[in-house]
Design a protein around this ligand. Structure first.
Ligand SMILES: Nc1ncnc2c1ncn2[C@@H]1O[C@H](COP(=O)(O)OP(=O)(O)OP(=O)(O)O)[C@@H](O)[C@H]1O
Length: 546
């Protein structure tokens, strides 16, 4: 066998060396043609010549056709082999593995791929006519622009609606154009008469009398008769005849709680079917407890059961309290987040009996100013608001140091009892502290904004904002802890020099600047307090460095 072969023929050589039986078919030279085959080939050649002479000039496709013809010839040769095989002795038995796969190996792969890619990818080139057609599809040249364009009005920016206007959007007309009630209006509760303007049942009148409520305050005169007059006589509302929705805005301490507690107790007292019938949603847990106490006091002896949900117990427990209650009637109080209506109610009225003051001072002077208010201005039974639980604790410590030093220097003096009241305390501790404060065992309660909403402690005669409130709403809630139910009260705000402008602007924008008196305190005013103050500062420093 010749060994000088191309790369491709090396495979052939290997195949042949492995399969000696196939040598005859693998030989490059073929065996001699039979007569029949020669005849067949000659006839075929003639046919081809004939065909060539009649065919059109050669094109690419024609070339492919010729190649196809060669393939056809090979096939024909194989066919003729098969035909001639009939004349010849039968071939030796074929090996088990046909060389079909082997023949695949013979193919030079890169060459084949190239051939295919050329054959498959056929990108027709645009002829001259096609190019002309493309050009003719282009749009017509741009129309000529006119010399002068029409002028449009210059854009203007419309005024943005105010926050108050936005807040009122979509609200009922009744909410926007509310009925105004004269703050001095009261209705006396006449226990003897069964037909006075209050609309209350004799039983309720008696109970309110026991609670020292002898007249209805302004907000109550507007709400209670409205809720009790239709349908007459303290019955459950008929499902098709319920009272209208009611939205009330009234100053702090004006008696809003009784305005809804009294009608709820009156109406639910006539129920026969047990179910949850009233839901009261409040902003803080402490307020929930307070309102619950009011319900218990007013509804005493009516068989109503009041449940509370503040998130302090498991959901299942609170659910059982409220829904699976077996009592004849049920009321629920729960907490809520601030809602949209709070925004609408930005217009507020301060209690008429409240006096407001502000003191501008350096931040290091604030404790001294507080001690001045306590010792020179008679601030007692006071709530002192700070910005955080941490500053509450620090201020209480400093206050205690100051009181003991002051007493030791001043001789006969009853020191103030100061107590911290913050979110760091547990619920039971907070409750007992409030009780002691109500009994006046504690003179000054230093607290964060925890109790600034709704908490009602009647004897609070002063509110001191030791850290100035950050917004008007907070200010209103804080100062509203005093001057409640028509009593006199004083509110004091200590404003650091760098905060003064912000605080004043806040008051101005609420149209409240004139209501707050500015108090100026000279060095002489606090002179007597300074030695004890400096000593207490040293003590505090030591206590914190330990
Ligand atoms: N008709 C009344 N007669 C006497 N005292 C009343 C009357 N109504 C309410 N009070 C008392 O006035 C105080 C303040 O009432 P209440 O707590 O309901 O005010 P409020 O308007 O809810 O205040 P806030 O807005 O701060 O929550 C309470 O101590 C309450 O007992």
């Amino acid at each position: 066998m010749p060994k000088e072969v191309t790369h491709g023929s090396i495979h052939v050589d290997r195949i042949c060396s492995k399969k000696p039986d196939r040598d005859a078919t693998c030989e490059p030279g073929r065996k001699d043609k039979t007569k029949a085959k020669k005849r067949y080939l000659k006839a075929k050649k003639d046919r081809r010549k004939k065909r060539k002479s009649t065919t059109a000039p050669v094109s690419k496709n024609a070339t492919e056709g010729v190649e196809g013809g060669e393939e056809e010839e090979d096939e024909d040769e194989e066919m003729s082999d098969a035909e001639s095989a009939a004349d010849e002795p039968p071939p030796p038995p074929k090996p088990e593995h046909r060389p079909k796969k082997r023949r695949k190996v013979e193919v030079d792969v890169p060459e084949t791929q190239n051939t295919h890619s050329e054959a498959d990818v056929h990108i027709p080139e645009a002829t001259g006519q096609e190019a002309a057609a493309v050009v003719s599809e282009k749009p017509d040249p741009q129309p000529t622009t006119p010399n002068a364009l029409p002028s449009f009005p210059a854009p203007t920016r419309p005024d943005a609606p105010s926050r108050a206007t936005l807040a009122l959007q979509g609200l009922d007309k009744a909410l926007i154009q509310a009925d105004l009630i004269e703050p001095t209006r009261v209705i006396s509760i006449n226990v003897e008469s069964s037909d006075d303007a209050t609309g209350l049942s004799p039983r309720m009148k008696k109970r309110l009398g026991e609670l020292n409520v002898t007249e209805l305050f302004a907000v109550q005169t507007a709400v209670i008769p409205l809720l009790l007059s239709e349908p007459k006589q303290w019955q459950l509302y008929l499902p098709y005849n319920t009272p209208r929705d009611l939205c009330v805005s009234a100053p702090t301490g004006s008696g809003k709680t009784l305005a809804y507690v009294v009608p709820i107790v009156e109406v639910l007292s006539s129920r026969t079917v047990t179910r949850l019938r009233a839901l009261v949603v409040l902003p803080t847990r402490d307020l929930v407890l307070q309102v619950r106490e009011t319900f218990e006091a007013v509804g005493k002896g009516r068989g109503l059961r009041i449940g509370t949900a503040t998130g302090q117990h498991s959901f299942a427990h609170e659910q059982t309290q409220l829904v699976a209650d077996r009592s004849p009637g049920t009321t629920e109080t729960t907490t809520k987040e601030q809602g949209v209506l709070d925004i609408v109610m930005e217009k507020f009225t301060m209690p008429a009996s409240l006096t407001e003051h502000m003191l501008v001072c350096g931040s290091s002077q604030k404790p001294l100013m507080l001690f001045y208010l306590v010792h020179e201005r008679g601030v007692k039974n006071a709530l002192v608001f700070t910005k955080s639980a941490e500053s509450t604790n620090r201020l209480v410590k400093l206050f205690e140091f100051f009181e003991s030093t002051w007493m030791s220097q001043g001789g006969e003096y009853q020191p103030m009892t100061v107590q911290a009241y913050s979110s760091e305390l547990g619920a039971s501790d907070r409750k007992s502290i409030l009780e002691r404060f109500k009994k006046q065992d504690i003179n000054i309660l230093v607290c964060s904004d925890l109790i600034s909403r709704g908490i009602d402690i009647s004897h609070v005669s002063h509110v001191v904002s030791y850290d100035a409130p950050v917004d008007m709403r907070k200010y209103v809630h804080r100062v509203g802890r005093t001057a409640r139910a028509g009593r006199a009260g004083d509110a004091w705000t200590l404003v650091e020099e760098q905060e003064a402008r912000y605080f004043k602007n806040m008051l101005k924008s609420a149209d409240h600047m004139n209501a707050v008196k500015r108090l100026r305190i000279s060095e002489k005013d606090v002179e007597s307090l300074v030695p004890a103050y400096e000593q207490s500062l040293e003590q505090l420093k030591e206590a914190y460095s330990r």
